[in-house]
Write a protein that binds this ligand. Structure first.
Ligand code: HEM
Length: 504
């Protein structure tokens, strides 16, 4: 009897223990899943139905509003653009950590309806997944083969500079708008790499394409396009949408004509440029009956269109900011000229000279920092659910890496809102790199043309400053040159004219 009693007692204690253990496990599991569920979404201003936070947003300069909001909500916050949630990443540390340490998670592109008009999820800029990977890889390796960032493009740039100087000379020191000559010159570099030859500035096929690319950048980044992206049903009422569609059709027709010409004279043993490489790869895939090949006409048109527009507007806009800033700050222009004159004299600048021109190099970096031409980068999207810095961000959420907040991060730059080349110089006047210099973004989507752009900026800038002095037109004060700029996808200098006075 006593044995049975002790057994019952043991069993009941065992059961009790078992039950307790079971409860403990259940509690731990439930508290674990609760903490995951309860992981907060980023904070942000309270949205109103349908419009979200649109009423608090300056649609013409949303990046300024975002920067302001970060003062209240911190470096990771969310806003609702209409019904759509958008997470904004602010400041060097946060943006770098997201794009570099969480490269996969934050590495997809959000493809807005406005971008879909031209790209339809093909090409590089506005595509994802395997299509993006194949096109990006192919473009990078082939552009390098055709000299991107190497000696090949150095020669092309030096040749093109002579044409640009010729254009400046035509104005004989009188005021002119720098937009077209600078854009044509810069565009010819990527054109030569892509098509195999440069175009004359009088060739309407070329000038129309460049002017259209310029218009697209303005239209696609406009406030009305932003509204279209949020409420696509507004499309039929918006002029900007009509312009975007018209330009897409014209670009397509023009590029198809150029490709046909190249196809007729294609020689696999003598590739002239990127288009030839693509056409050869396309033919090879067709001959080997490769299924699911990405090398088709649609990807050719969109990829070439991407390289042409990304390769023209960005570098052209930066150079124009540079010339304007030189006119605005003549004492800095004088120091740049003095250095170029002392180190290079009258010969043509080459890439190798950069090391010997620390002040000029610092000025070019400072132009890029202050001009801040892609203030919100291009929109990203989370590729999966992400747990980031204590916040939960759902798969497919639009993410804005606020590059302006990196390039003007007050904890990284001594004078974030001034033109201060000393940001990039040490006490001895030597050039110093700065981590928060991130105009080309970072991570998986980092600008594909960075090496080419840096070479172009250096050679164009030093060469034109060697030959010309840039001033405001007579009667126009340097204070009239405004630093705010006008917004498109890229931030352009406000309309202005400059005089280019020949030095030699
Ligand atoms: C000063 C000049 C330039 C600046 C400031 C610039 C900046 C940028 C930025 C901020 C992005 C977006 C990165 C992101 O999504 O996080 C980008 C992407 C891109 N850039 Fe540039 N860029 C410049 C010149 C060029 C040039 C010359 C080319 C042509 C070869 C080019 C081709 C591209 C392409 C193809 C992408 C898309 C990359 C992708 O989505 O994978 N860019 N650029």
């Amino acid at each position: 009897m006593a044995v049975i009693e002790s057994l019952l007692q043991f069993l009941s204690t065992g059961t009790l223990l078992g039950a307790l253990l079971l409860l403990l496990v259940l509690y731990l599991l439930s508290s674990g899943s609760r903490s995951q569920k309860e992981e907060k979404e980023p904070p942000g201003p309270k949205p109103v139905p349908l419009l979200g936070n649109l009423l608090t947003l300056d649609l013409k300069r949303p990046f300024d509003t975002f920067f302001e909001l970060s003062k209240t909500y911190g470096n990771i916050f969310q806003v609702f653009l209409g019904p759509r949630k958008t997470v904004v990443l602010v400041g060097y540390k946060t943006v770098k950590e997201a794009l570099v340490n969480y490269a996969e998670e934050f590495g997809d592109r959000k493809i807005e309806p406005g971008f879909r008009i031209m790209n339809d999820e093909h090409g590089i800029l506005f595509s994802n997944g395997e299509n993006w990977r194949e096109m990006r890889r192919f473009a990078l390796s082939n552009l390098r083969d055709f000299g991107m960032g190497k000696r090949g493009s150095e020669e092309k740039i030096i040749e093109e500079i002579q044409f640009l100087k010729g254009e400046f000379d035509k104005f004989e020191g009188k005021p002119f708008d720098t937009t077209q000559p600078v854009n044509y010159a810069v565009s010819n570099i990527i054109s030569a790499i892509v098509y195999g030859s440069r175009f004359e500035y009088t060739d309407p096929r070329f000038t129309d394409m460049v002017d259209r690319a310029n218009e697209n950048v303005r239209v696609l980044g406009s406030a009305s396009m932003m509204l279209y992206n949020i409420f696509p049903w507004l499309g039929p009422f918006l002029n900007s949408k009509r312009i975007a569609v018209r330009n897409a059709l014209r670009n397509r027709a023009e590029m198809t004509k150029l490709f046909t010409g190249l196809l007729e004279t294609l020689n696999p043993l003598d590739r002239r440029g990127f288009v030839d490489s693509f056409l050869i790869r396309k033919q090879n895939d067709e001959q080997s009956c490769k299924e699911d090949s990405y090398f088709h006409d649609e990807n050719l048109i969109v990829t070439v269109g991407n390289l042409f527009s990304a390769g023209t507007d960005t570098t052209g806009t930066t150079l124009r900011w540079g010339l304007m800033l030189m006119a605005k700050y003549p004492h800095i222009q004088d120091r740049v000229y003095e250095e170029i004159d002392r180190v290079i004299g009258g010969r043509k600048p080459v890439v190798e000279d950069r090391k010997k021109l620390p002040y000029t190099d610092a000025v070019i970096h400072e132009i890029q920092r202050l001009a801040n031409i892609v203030p919100m980068s291009l929109p990203h999207k989370t590729s999966c659910d992400v747990h980031f810095n204590g916040y939960f961000i759902k798969k497919g959420t639009t993410v804005v890496p606020l590059l302006t907040s990196v390039l003007k991060d007050p904890s990284e730059w001594e004078k974030p809102n001034s033109f201060y080349p000393e940001h990039f110089l040490d006490e001895k006047g030597q050039f110093v790199k700065r981590d928060a210099f991130m105009p080309f973004s970072a991570g998986r989507r980092v600008c594909l043309g960075e090496s080419l752009a840096r070479m172009e900026l250096f050679l164009f800038f030093t060469s034109v400053l060697q030959s010309f002095r840039f001033t405001t037109p007579p009667g126009v004060s340097v204070d009239d040159l405004d630093l705010k700029g006008i917004v498109g996808i890229t931030l352009n200098p406000s309309p202005h004219k400059l005089c280019a006075i020949r030095r030699s």
